[in-house]
Design a protein around this ligand. Structure first.
Ligand SMILES: Cc1cc2nc3c(=O)[nH]c(=O)nc-3n(C[C@H](O)[C@H](O)[C@H](O)COP(=O)(O)OP(=O)(O)OC[C@H]3O[C@@H](n4cnc5c(N)ncnc54)[C@H](O)[C@@H]3O)c2cc1C
Length: 398
């Protein structure tokens, strides 16, 4: 077997988790990231027990505890009246029921925690300013081609380079991600700018016809993460992330509850983000190359599972490679068998939540009450989320 390292393209949440899980098994790994600096956008991410279980196994729990918020619950609120329903209990309930916590964390904090841990286990294994433009392979090795003309050789390569994946394009052909018809407003709000006493510390989903808002605290409650999703067919902006204005965001949420509007008023710099997805893939691997995370199953973020799926992929893939190190084809076949069905279900479930969150029955307060009580009954919530949170990437059959 070649002594070349495993190459990971992309130092996002999925790529770094994978590199760490490989190092934990004594497998040499080199990570190539296009950005000149390791950084993440200023926004939060929710990680359910199926993700934190993996991060705990990677030895990251103490660092996560120093930065994350462990919410006691998540709530649903009606866009206009503000009436509140329980979505689910968290806190100790998540530990008791699913064996790991549910957390809210700033993406920059999670990213730094992953990168720092990798630097400890494999110093200098992250190469910045290294933009992949192509991948070539033969029977013995795979070669990563970089934009600046350099190349790197590995015994296998993992494309963790997100929804616009160059690895995927190189191996499976171009094919662009598609605009889903939804855009997201994103921003963070410092606690001292929040309307006093009006914003609960639970995670909150405001739902209304054609749009919804999610907010939750980060960094021990020092800032609040805001995401406002709007169905729009008029997306004309080419860029992936673009700066917007508070006025434009307020116009998108005209008539919404004063708490939501107060939050928008308090955002420093609202960003607009086109939500992209791709049609599901039935195969992620070709020869010595495979994919993980958004590169192979980007979804609408309406189950809050995209980063968690990338983390699960990373761990299961590392287990498969450690189990069949001499036999890449078998390792990749086992990885796909363990993961494709589940991630496809997440892609479909996230799209179904778009219809649920944006349902026209939410328009008037009266009809909304019956609709929410039925759609978010304990039995239905359990059916929608239990299969996600109970998944154990550490022990699932491979
Ligand atoms: C509004 C919104 C809210 C979300 N909320 C949640 C949530 O609460 N919980 C959750 O689990 N998920 C959430 N997600 C989804 C989550 O952000 C993604 O699924 C997750 O970031 C995917 O991780 P990844 O590592 O696969 O890709 P990415 O995070 O996109 O990382 C890819 C990395 O590859 C690098 N790269 C790209 N191209 C190249 C190249 N050619 N060469 C080298 N490097 C390259 C990039 O710079 C980046 O560092 C949300 C998404 C959005 C849009």
């Amino acid at each position: 077997m070649s002594r070349d390292p495993v190459i990971v393209v992309g130092a996002g949440i999925g790529g770094l988790s994978c590199a760490l899980a490989l190092r934990q098994r004594g497998i040499d790994v080199e990570v190539y990231e296009q950005a000149p600096k390791l950084r993440e956008i200023g926004a939060g991410v929710q990680l359910s027990a199926n993700g934190t279980r993996v991060l705990r196994a990677l030895g990251l729990e103490p660092a996560l505890d120093a930065w994350a918020v462990r919410p006691h619950a998540k709530e649903i609120r009606h866009w206009k009246s503000g009436r509140t329903w329980k979505l689910f209990d968290l806190g100790i309930v998540s530990e008791q029921r699913y064996g790991a916590p549910y957390i809210f964390i700033h993406r920059a904090d999670l990213h730094r925690i992953l990168a720092d841990a990798l630097q400890v286990h494999a110093p200098d294994s992250i190469h910045l300013n290294a933009r992949c433009v192509g991948v070539e392979q033969d029977a013995d090795a795979v070669t990563l081609r970089l934009e600046d003309g350099r190349s790197a050789r590995g015994r296998l390569l993992i494309g963790a380079d997100g929804v616009h994946s160059a690895v995927r394009a190189s191996v499976f052909g171009a094919g662009r991600p598609e605009f889903t018809g939804c855009m997201a407003w994103r921003g963070v709000i410092p606690r001292d700018r929040l309307p006093q006493g009006r914003i609960p510390q639970a995670g909150t989903n405001w739902i209304g016809p054609g749009r919804h808002v999610v907010h939750y605290p980060l960094r021990r409650g020092e800032v609040l993460n805001f995401v406002g999703v709007v169905e729009r067919s008029d997306w004309l902006i080419e860029s992936w992330t673009a700066q917007g204005t508070r006025g434009e965001c307020l116009a998108d949420f005209a008539g919404w509850h004063p708490d939501v509007r107060a939050l928008i008023e308090a955002i420093d710099l609202p960003y607009k983000w086109a939500l992209m997805a791709r049609s599901a893939m039935t195969r992620w691997s070709e020869g010595r190359v495979t994919l993980l995370g958004d590169a192979c199953h980007a979804a609408l973020p309406f189950l809050a599972q995209g980063a968690v799926m990338a983390i699960e992929d990373a761990y299961v893939l590392a287990r498969c490679l450690a189990a069949c190190e001499e036999d890449v084809a078998t390792a990749f076949a086992r990885y796909e068998a363990a993961r494709i069905g589940r991630t496809t279900r997440v892609v479909d479930g996230s799209a179904a939540n778009a219809k649920r969150f944006h349902n026209p029955r939410l328009a008037d307060d009266h009809g909304a009450g019956d609709y929410i009580t039925t759609e978010w009954s304990e039995a239905k919530v359990e059916q929608r989320y239990d299969w996600l949170f109970t998944y154990d990437a550490l022990n699932v059959a491979i």
